[in-house]
Design a protein around this ligand. Structure first.
Ligand SMILES: [Fe+2]
Length: 311
């Protein structure tokens, strides 16, 4: 596949300082308080992957995607040129910016290497066989260092025209659908990670959540607990394991209202033909085990405000 990962996002938030402080507590590296209009935060392995900009109500302005080489940009630009569901905003040898006309979302495709993930220091012992760790406690109980998310791994985006926004990602950009509940939500990928974007039907365009990959379940729990210990109102949903994608999750709420997920152990897919998705129906796809989702996860508390802002 020519595209291979998310490189960055631009998230509009009403209070850049407050949201920036949240993401720093979450484990990203930033410069909270340096600017009230915009700021950037870095993940451990992916560099500056989050840009926060001031907006009256929260919104997703831009998704950055990494391509293997310049030929990929040329090929996608040719498809976009013939398409009625993509507008070319900028096109050069190393950058292609497209606009999805329904929502105005910008997708910023640049030639980018894959990131080199730091190897996890965590070890796990299982019944039988040789232990991975012997004569020492687990690393995760010995450390008190904050969790450092490895990378921005997926974005879930609501749109009032789910089929068209989804087609923008599949037909124009070449994403493949890993799993879907047709007309409701589709999980699509541009590399081997089960989903980099999920496009869901909603009354207006808004970012439902953004997810950051951590090393393992230890870091999901350790990171989530640390965040809610500091402020219980941040808790949204978790800890649990999704059914679609199999990933562990703990969702928090950033001050702007977007949900932010620690996630680990998501499915990888080698080839579309080898992946056999289950036939998902109803809400069983939401999670395999863990506490049930709060109603606000399905219908964010600020949805009326977002609808009013869009009209
Ligand atoms: Fe997620």
């Amino acid at each position: 596949m020519a595209l291979h990962r998310l490189t960055s996002i631009t998230l509009g938030v009403p209070d850049v300082t407050a949201s920036s402080a949240f993401f720093e507590d979450f484990g990203l590296t930033g410069n909270a308080g340096a600017s009230t209009s915009s700021t950037r935060l870095a993940t451990r392995d992916g560099g500056e992957q989050v840009e926060l900009v001031h907006a009256p109500t929260r919104r997703l302005d831009r998704i950055g995607i990494g391509a293997d080489d310049a030929n990929d940009l040329t090929r996608i630009a040719a498809v976009a040129n013939r398409s009625s569901i993509a507008e070319i905003v900028e096109s050069s040898s190393d950058r292609l910016v497209l606009r999805e006309p329904v929502t105005g979302l910008l997708v910023d495709v640049t030639v980018a290497d894959d990131y080199a993930a730091a190897l996890s220091v965590h070890t796990f012992n299982r019944p039988g066989g040789e232990p991975e760790r012997i004569d020492t406690p687990a690393n995760s109980v010995l450390t008190h260092d904050p969790v450092r998310p490895s990378n921005l791994t997926h974005v879930v985006y609501s749109t009032p025209d789910q089929p068209t926004t989804l087609a923008f990602f599949t037909d124009v950009l070449g994403f493949e659908i890993s799993d879907q509940i047709p007309g409701i939500i589709a999980f699509a990928r541009c590399g081997n990670v089960h989903h980099n974007v999920a496009i869901q039907a909603g009354p207006v365009a808004y970012p439902h959540h953004i997810a950051f990959e951590v090393d393992d379940i230890d870091d999901v729990v350790r990171g989530g607990q640390r965040m809610v210990d500091a402020d219980p109102d941040r808790h949204m949903w978790g800890v649990g394991r999704h059914a679609i994608g199999s990933n562990w999750y703990w969702y928090l709420r950033e001050p702007g209202g977007t949900f932010v997920e620690y996630t680990a152990d998501i499915d990888r897919i080698s080839e579309q033909d080898l992946y056999r998705p289950k036939d998902w129906t109803g809400h069983e796809f939401l999670y395999s085990f863990g506490p049930p989702p709060p109603p606000e996860f399905l219908e964010p508390a600020d949805l009326a405000e977002l609808i009013a802002a869009a009209s």
